[in-house]
Design a protein around this ligand. Structure first.
Ligand SMILES: NC(=O)c1ccc[n+]([C@@H]2O[C@H](COP(=O)([O-])OP(=O)(O)OC[C@H]3O[C@@H](n4cnc5c(N)ncnc54)[C@H](O)[C@@H]3O)[C@@H](O)[C@H]2O)c1
Ligand SMILES: O=c1ccn([C@@H]2O[C@H](COP(=O)(O)OP(=O)(O)O[C@H]3O[C@H](CO)[C@@H](O)[C@H](O)[C@H]3O)[C@@H](O)[C@H]2O)c(=O)[nH]1
Length: 428
């Protein structure tokens, strides 16, 4: 078993998980970030994101001396054998991936990387980026490898340690083998391919998942119109192993820090390549439409009068199990409701009331009771299991209206019925 001196640049969801997990596998990992406050906190073992098991792994890595945190990539790379770039690649102008953080770090470290070092893009980057990075580096003695990451937020550590597969793409065989060797103890199939294909696997997987979700949301609409129940339909479909049960839950549209930006980025790549990827465009449009459809359900819940309606929102995060609000469908729906003149008070178990200002559209409170107090209608936007367990008789007593819009189909309709509340769900 070989252990390597690894550097991880960018310690957000992906970088910190990668660093802490690689340290737990026995490698020595130096983490670099430009955020000085984050580095200072991490040196003391304080992790600011909600990821089960991550704080414990960071503590173990620090205690074992296998995990270090420094400010800036420049200070980290001098003795590296493998450097992972885990930098943000947000949606840029026109929907394309913004590579400015990746380019800035390459400019910063290109003269400092030791000969024989391998530079790995773990960020999600457009097809062809490894080739471009090789050019920008201008170093014949440093190989570039694409190693896309497939973890989900809320289960990042578990996904990293028990992935379905590891994808390693490079046009330099020995570099690909070194990166694959880092994961030897994970013990799952490793797909060794060329760099462009590895970069495409990431987009292909995320856009496929988005397409599956848009499909199920469209199917939910049809179920409503034709008198079927999407939960039963999805279950019936999902038993076909070619389809599978996962990613078949309808909702207020898919969001988060990845699916929206990656679908747009692939659409831009397709356009640049002269290919009209109409299926992908429809996937994105269907998602926009889903958010509008939720607004119409809320409008119906307040007898058509959104202007001045007081709404209690349950959930702000883009899915349960995370505190991440990036591109959250809940915030997108809230924004539309606010534009129509509704007054919004929201509760999310992972979003402290102190984060008022994360969006100007909603007042954030610290419990569900406050959010629903005096509400003309309640809207469930994130599938936190806690919402199912609320005392709905008590909630009903606090509301002034009688309708709950459950955009995640998480509530027990019988319990709400006993509380004299009616539920508008999705696809039923
Ligand atoms: N979040 C996910 O679930 C996930 C999963 C798979 C892949 N990805 C991809 O991984 C990449 C990172 O995503 P993330 O969610 O971890 O991002 P993030 O925003 O949580 O973290 C990025 C980190 O990079 C740091 N950074 C920015 N510029 C820097 C610089 N010049 N030098 C050093 N540090 C710098 C930031 O301070 C931040 O800590 C993206 O390309 C994303 O698409 C994300
Ligand atoms: O049945 C489902 C499953 C998901 N969602 C929604 O879809 C969005 C994305 O969910 P998920 O994929 O679990 O979130 P992420 O953590 O952003 O993970 C995705 O994006 C990551 C970043 O690229 C990839 O690594 C992961 O493999 C990919 O699943 C969220 O709004 C979910 O609420 C549904 O509405 N119904």
């Amino acid at each position: 078993m070989s252990f390597y001196r690894v550097v991880v640049v960018g310690v957000g969801y992906v970088g910190l998980t990668t660093a802490a997990c690689l340290a737990s596998l026995g490698h020595h990992v130096v983490c670099a970030d430009i955020d000085e406050a984050k580095v200072a906190a991490l040196r003391e073992g304080r992790v600011s994101i909600l990821e089960p098991g991550l704080t414990e792994l960071v503590a173990k890595g620090l205690a074992a001396g296998r995990l270090e945190f420094v400010v800036g990539a420049r200070a980290a790379v001098g003795e590296a054998e493998v450097v992972f770039l885990c930098l943000p690649t947000p949606m840029g102008a026109g929907g394309a991936a913004d590579l400015s953080a990746v380019e800035a770090v390459i400019a910063e470290v290109r003269g400092l990387l030791p000969p024989g070092c391998v530079l790995v893009t773990k960020s999600t980057v457009p097809v062809g980026t490894a080739a471009r990075v090789t050019e920008l580096l201008g170093r014949g003695d440093v190989a570039v490898v694409s190693n896309p990451e497939f973890l989900c937020e809320g289960s990042a550590v578990d996904d990293f340690m028990h992935p379905d597969r590891i994808v390693v793409g490079s046009d330099v065989q020995h570099a690909a083998e070194r990166v694959a060797a880092l994961y030897a103890r994970v013990g799952v199939p490793t797909v060794l391919i060329d760099a462009a294909s590895a970069e495409m696997v990431k987009y292909a997987a995320n856009t496929f998942l988005a397409m599956k979700l848009s499909y199920v949301n469209a199917m939910a609409e049809l179920c409503e119109r034709l008198g079927a129940d999407i939960a039963d339909v999805a279950e019936g479909m999902g038993f076909d192993h070619r389809i599978g049960q996962s990613f078949l839950r309808p909702g207020p549209g898919w969001g988060g820090s990845c699916l929206p930006k990656d679908t747009h980025a692939l659409l831009r790549m397709s356009e640049a390549a002269g290919f009209d990827f109409s299926l992908l465009r429809a996937t994105i449009e269907t998602n926009e439409g889903q958010r509008d459809r939720v607004v119409e359900k809320v409008r119906a819940a307040v007898d058509g009068r959104l202007d001045g309606a007081r709404l209690g929102l349950l959930g702000l995060a883009f899915k349960a199990g995370t505190d991440d609000l990036r591109d959250s469908p809940a915030l997108a729906v809230a924004h539309r409701l606010r534009e129509e003149g509704a007054e919004l008070v929201a509760f999310d178990p992972a979003v402290p009331a102190a984060v008022v200002g994360v969006t100007d559209d909603v007042a954030v409170v610290s419990d569900a009771g406050q959010a629903v107090k005096g509400a003309d209608a309640v809207v469930v936007l994130t599938e936190w299991p806690e919402f199912r367990k609320l005392d709905w008789a008590d909630m009903a007593g606090r509301m002034s209206g009688r309708v709950v819009v459950d955009t995640r189909n998480v509530l027990d309709q019988d319990i709400l019925g006993l509380a004299n509340l009616s539920v508008i769900g999705i696809g039923r």
